[in-house]
Design a binder for this molecule. Structure first.
Ligand code: INI
Length: 171
């Protein structure tokens, strides 16, 4: 049987992305950010079509992502944070509310929001996932954002936004 296939492409050209980054544990989050931007750039996204917004901590990611999504300017968003377990239950609240808030934000707005929030027991685990042993979760999030931006547009039948390829137009 020949089935219909709906898949997201992996070209970032002409798409607009917003990246929200937590300053908390910036040693890790800046590495995740660099890899996410690298993924978008390598896939053809133009720098002028990628906005980076910084927030104090992961807990602030959902509201900011939702406000960005509500502007209608972005095809997909990436939320970047790193929560490391401490001695109290603070970690659990930050993790669960950040995840819940980001999910609610994408469900409420219909704009795909990538969950690039590391939730680790130790700093070592975070380092491993920010470019050392376990690859870089930021790069994965960049690719996922492109795929979801395409998929989302295909499913809703919308034409890609005219964000431009980043190349200057010929006169
Ligand atoms: N925010 C993080 O992003 N990671 C953490 O590990 C963390 N810890 O451990 O406390 C953290 N806390 C700050 C929180 O996200 C808010 O910024 C703060 O509570 C103000 O609302």
């Amino acid at each position: 049987m020949q089935t219909g296939k709906i898949e997201g492409g992996l070209s970032g050209a002409g798409l607009r992305f917003g990246i929200v980054v937590s300053r908390f544990n910036s040693f890790i989050t800046e590495r995740l950010l660099a890899a996410a931007v690298d993924a978008l750039e390598r896939a053809g996204a133009a720098g002028k079509n990628v906005d980076v917004v910084r927030v104090p901590g992961s807990f602030e990611l959902p509201l900011t992502a939702k406000k960005l999504a509500a502007t209608g300017k972005y095809d997909a968003l990436i939320a970047i944070g790193c929560v490391i377990r401490g001695e109290t239950s603070h970690y659990d609240y930050v993790c669960s509310e950040t995840a819940r808030g980001l999910q609610l934000a994408q469900m409420d707005t219909g704009v795909p929001i990538m969950f690039c929030v590391l939730t680790c027991d130790t700093l070592e685990q975070a380092i491993d996932r920010a470019g050392l042993k376990g690859g870089n979760k930021g790069f994965e999030a960049g690719l996922a954002a492109i795929e979801m931006a395409h998929l989302s547009r295909k499913i809703s039948g919308a034409a890609p936004k005219s964000a431009g390829s980043g190349k200057p137009r010929r006169k």
